[in-house]
Design a protein around this ligand. Sequence first.
Ligand code: F6P
Length: 361
Amino acid sequence: MKKIVISTGGGDAPGLNAVIYAVVRAAYSRGWEVYGSRSGYMGLLDLDELVRLTPEKVQDITSTGGTILGSTNKGNPFAMPVENLAGETQIHDVSDRIMENFKRMGFFCHIAVGGDGSLEIAHRFAEKGMPVIGVPKTIDNDLEATRLTFGFDTAVSTATEAIDKLHSTAKSHDRVMVVEVMGRESGWIALNSGISGGADVILIPEITFDVDKVCEKINENELHGKHYAIVVVAEGAKEKHGAVVCKDDCELGRQEVILGGIAECVADEIKVKTGKDTRYLVLGHLQRGGSPTTFDRLLALRFGAAAVRLAEAGTFDHMVALAPPGMNAVPIAEAIKSRKKVPLDNDKVLTAREIGICLGD
Ligand code: F6P
């Protein structure tokens, strides 16, 4: 009987469980067995962390958030933080052990579900001889090779709902509310939720902003009898000649810096420059939580089924990608080359400007 293993790596995203469900069902319908590796590659490093996934085990998980396998963004097997007997943490390459366990278990394919960081790791394993298939996942929607990633629609819906709710407080108190949303170096979440949620200002990483322009918009609102404003700022947005705002505590074994704090900076400046009562809030991980939207569930199920099709065809070191109306297979090395940014001539950018939203420039 053919055996495959599936792992979920990086930050969780609504729809991961739907991918797992589809992979298990599609594999079992071919008569294959499926195993899940807990916490990214941990199950392949320590076989006690490997779980057998059967259709019964994955029943009813499609609508649930998170991942039943657990995930980590500090689990790079090529640079794994390992504690020695003296309690000191050192970085080790444990990839050979994983290759040995993969062979010992008799797997013929590894389906790696993750963002660009996890896919890069998957590609390195493919170079070591592991037959790998990637499934793109990220709420940020910043993978160039696929039209969309699952998790994004849910994150945008959550952010839009939060922005909708902020209108009442902003209006009741004549306040400026600054909302920080996720997205790393891409402004997709901010742009989509900001336009849909009726923001006055949207600041995205692709357009460096000038706080004076933001304040001009807030003052213009006043002239039109609107005494409040909603500012949506992407966590990776930068002021002109400024830098991204991030946490300075860098977690060991983590590839990316932890972004966050731009909303507070923007709110402080707005308060000083306009004299308006200004508050900020950071939506943070709320955007990654909860049940996936119908769109994300369906996309995740389609990705899972497509990944099993690629496994059957032996199209390894490739990632499934949404290419409407169908699915594509893209070499993982291609898929991780560049991040999908918001093009400045994108229709959503044009729409925002035309309906009077200030983009900070
Ligand atoms: O990539 C998904 C994401 O949620 C980003 O939008 C955000 O910057 C990052 O992960 C947060 O990571 P963590 O959960 O490790 O704080």
